[in-house]
Structures are given as C-alpha cells and as structure tokens.
Design a protein around this ligand. Structure first.
Ligand SMILES: [Zn+2]
Length: 270
C-alpha cells in the first residue's frame, strides 16, 4: 500500500450501488482508507467494512450535525473495542448551516462525550470543525469566520491538561495559520482534502504546516479534486491531493507519499 486516504465514506449511500467495485478500484491503485462513521449505523457499517477488507480501517463516532440524535455511548464503546477501529469521530463542532445557542451547547456536549470515549479507549480523535463562515479569504484573520475552531480549541486545550497524550487530526482543514499552529501545539495533525487542488488560497497554510504533521484525505464521496471535478470522489483520488502537497512543498510525489504514509501509520497505529 503506497498511501492511505485518512478520511472517506464508503459507508454512505453514494457507494451503495458499486461498493465492491469501488473498493477494488482503490486497492488496485495501492491505496487504503479510513472509513469514517457519522452516526451509530454508519459507524457500525465502517467497522464491518474494515473487518472484511485489509485496505480499510474504521473510525467510529457521531458527527456534530447529528446532535439531535441520542448518543448511544455504550454501543460506541463496543465498536471501539474492535481491533480495526483506529479513531473516534468524526466529532467536533459545525456552525455552518445553523448557529443557535441550543445547537452550540448540544454539539459541545456531544463532542466532549466523544473526547472522553477516545481517552478511555486511548485512540486519536478525527475532528470535524466547520465555522459559520468558512471561505478561505474570509479566514485571513480570526473572528466570526473561525468561531467553531475557537470553541473546539478551547475544549481541546483544556482537556489536554487531564490527558497529555491526547492526539488526533483536524479533518478537512479550512482554518488559518494561527489556528493550525494551535492544533500543532496540542499535538494534532492537519488533514488536507481535494479542495487544495482547486482553491489556491490554501497554498499558504499547506506551506506553513510541517510535512511531518500533515495527513492526506479525500472525504469521498464529497469534494472531488482536480482533474476529476464533476465526478463522485473516490479514495484513490487522494493521489491528486498528495501530488498537490508535493508541489507546494517542492518535493517529489514519491517522497511525499512515503512521508505522509509514515504520519498516518504513526497517528493511527496501523
Ligand atoms: Zn467526512
């Protein structure tokens, strides 16, 4: 395996009709993936896919936009004891579509419950943090655009005091260099998706984050990278993300693949 797409969703309905073919196509390119749950049933599905396929690992948790569903802690605890489950998430805060006091309070509570579960299971966190305003130019300084990052970092920085080994990754990173630095300071990695292939504003932050703290991902079926725009995203398109990171860092694609795979193995212990 030459690279692992650290965040994708073979467990969602977009792959329902051609799942075995999609998995074979990924594996045929020498790519593996971490399949990420967004609620209990998709987490269970991710775990089963991981058990059946040597190129898939699972991440289990409840997405912040699923805050109205009850959090079935004991069911998640059972999933976390499975050997191919390598992380907790995706969990975090998402203020993009809506931002009410109730939503923020409930999302923070759901997030903290999952941090505690990760602590208990000694697993890394797969963070989903989406601010209420998230376009890159708007993120040139902290403020309203960084709101969900500010709130999530406050929770994580405080929890780090009782769990110094806490680690994880900020999936689909859309923040500033300052926000990236705060994640790096608490031992987290920064994951870049296919958007770096078509939004030039990301170049500065990709350049800023040290290569040994970067993870590549697709978030397939979403956010298809160039040159596959318009098609459903696939985990093997992570190779385009790696190519872009290599180009920005001024390294060869081969060396970048090796280094990013090392990061993935280290964080997820795979
Ligand atoms: Zn996702």
């Amino acid at each position: 395996m030459k690279i692992v797409d650290t965040h994708s969703h073979f467990n969602l309905h977009q792959f329902e009709h051609d799942l075995p073919e999609s998995i074979a196509s990924m594996a045929g390119e020498g790519v593996g993936t971490i399949c990420v749950g967004i609620d209990l049933s998709t987490s269970d599905h991710a775990m089963r896919l991981a058990q059946e396929n040597p190129s898939i690992w699972a991440c289990v948790g409840q997405h912040p936009t699923e805050w109205e569903k009850p959090f079935e802690e004991n069911e998640f605890r059972k999933l976390l004891s499975e050997p191919r489950v390598v992380a907790v998430g995706e969990c975090g805060l998402d203020y993009f579509r809506e931002k009410s006091e109730e939503l923020m309070a409930k999302q923070k509570d759901l997030f903290l419950k999952q941090i505690k579960l990760a602590h208990e299971a000694d697993l890394p966190l797969m963070l989903h943090i989406r601010p209420s305003a998230s376009t890159m130019p708007a993120l040139s300084s902290l403020g309203e655009a960084g709101d969900a990052y500010e709130d999530a970092l406050e929770i994580l920085e405080s929890y780090k005091k009782s769990w110094p080994e806490m680690c994880g990754t900020a999936h689909f990173f859309v923040g500033t260099k300052e926000i990236a630095q705060r994640f790096l300071d608490i031992g987290f990695y920064i994951s870049f998706s296919g958007v770096i292939t078509f939004v030039p504003e990301y170049e500065e932050v990709v350049k800023f984050v040290p290569l040994d703290r970067i993870l590549p991902e697709t978030d397939a079926p979403f956010a298809t990278p160039t040159p596959h725009r318009g098609k459903r995203n696939q985990p093997e398109y992570v190779l385009e993300v790696v190519k872009k990171i290599a180009e920005i860092k001024g390294l060869s694609t081969e060396e970048t693949e090796v280094r990013l795979l090392e990061n993935t193995k280290k964080l997820f212990k795979i």
